[in-house]
Design a protein. Sequence first.
Length: 153
Amino acid sequence: MPGKTTTSATIAARPTAAKPAATAASTRTIVGEIVSIDAVKGLVVVGRHGTAAHESTPAKPGESVTVTLDGGTQILKGKRPASVAELKAKDHAVVRYQLTPKGARALSVRVADLVVGTPAPLPSAVPAAAAAGVPAPAAGSPPTAVTGGAGDK
């Protein structure tokens, strides 16, 4: 029957969707602080702190998860790509990982790209006269008029 052959060929020709590398059930996320890094072994220990509704990890606050980094791990510092060498202990991190028979394998590590400390100084309010080389009046002295301009006669 030609109709059935055409139908079978049509079904067989349909592309099948590729299976995702990590299913949602096996992918977990931890938000915390990097406790330690062993770049030689490719291990990062992340300690969980606080609670967040989007976290899906068996670790409780104060516990840690050790993840293995490999060539497939995406490392970001803020929004830019980074290397393992740029990860530091005490960096705030969001780590997405997959549980495997060999342990937790990091899919992505994103650390905050913040500078904690003294804020950058504001641009100084240098008067135009000072920028032009005119000395500022001494403290307590009355302001003086600038003369010699094009409008002076």
